[in-house]
Design a binder for this molecule. Sequence first.
Ligand code: ADP
Ligand code: TRP
Length: 321
Amino acid sequence: MKILSGIQPSGQLHIGNYFGMMQTMIAHMESDELYVFIVDLHALTSVRERDRLAGGTLEAAADFLALGLDPDKCTFWVQSDVPEVCELTWVLSTIAPMGLIERCTSYKDKVAKGLSSSHGLFSYPVLMAADILLYQAEQVPVGKDQKQHLEVARDLAIKFNNEYGQTFVVPEPAINESTAIVPGLDGQKMSKSYGNTLPIFLEGKELKKRVMAIATDATPVEEPKNPHTCSLYKIMKLFATSVRMAEIHNLYVNGGAAYGYLKLELLDLLNDTFGAARQKKAELLSDPVMLRAILARGRDKARAKAMVTLDLVRDRVGLRY
Ligand code: ADP
Ligand code: TRP
């Protein structure tokens, strides 16, 4: 199966990114044809500082590799290194109905959160469709927030195929229901742009401060609490064993759950889960020449695939004379 997904280098990657997408992608490495990329063109819709975008791209590459992605077992590259994606975006935008793109909620949500509105931010889903269709991906693992964008990609693939003849694979979203929306410190969806994250690679006091800031209610320790409305409980569930979670569930429903202690337990779990990857990331970042060489190899592999699809598209629509 051809599996593809991308991540924006727009800030420190967090446990929502990890459980929503990265972990699933890494798990497919042995068994599937895997495409993983860093979507810097998408990040340009929100990151306007040159060094933050460039540095973030290299850092996101180090994140994936430190977490276990093997670039020899997949195609791993930076989106803007394959310029064919921009041409396909244009072709797709000529068939994308305005209403389809206007219905996408992420544009309105981002503007409501303070991002400046731009044509790039508005047409973000068309670039994402081009990302997916260019590589003829069959399955796209994402968090639930991206479901609507996947529908746009599917609609555009179907429309193009109907108008010009069979060209694109129609991709399927792969959303893991148990990790579809990882809550942030404030209980909203965890997101780099909401400043409510537990970054995978944060350490020491900084990480402790974030964990302690997870919003909990004021119910006294001995009183029963509702685990299903508690972000701390939902986050712990991602890390603790099922035996420990059964004990914690019991403390919630029968009384005895002390938020402060549970937060310290979560802090230990975070450190145990990501400790080794943090060290590996530091090593990788100390050798940017090697990181760039890995990404250049990925670019060449990705570009070869992209050119085949784009050639076909040009021929289908008449950009060939
Ligand atoms: P962010 O919202 O933090 O900027 P991205 O848009 O870069 O994250 O998302 C990268 C991947 O991580 C996407 O597949 C997205 O669906 C997933 N993801 C992001 N936040 C979460 C979350 N809180 N829960 C589950 N998946 C998430
Ligand atoms: N829009 C996605 C996000 O914000 C990132 C993305 C861009 C993507 N292109 C993609 C995800 C293609 C999957 C496939 O998370």
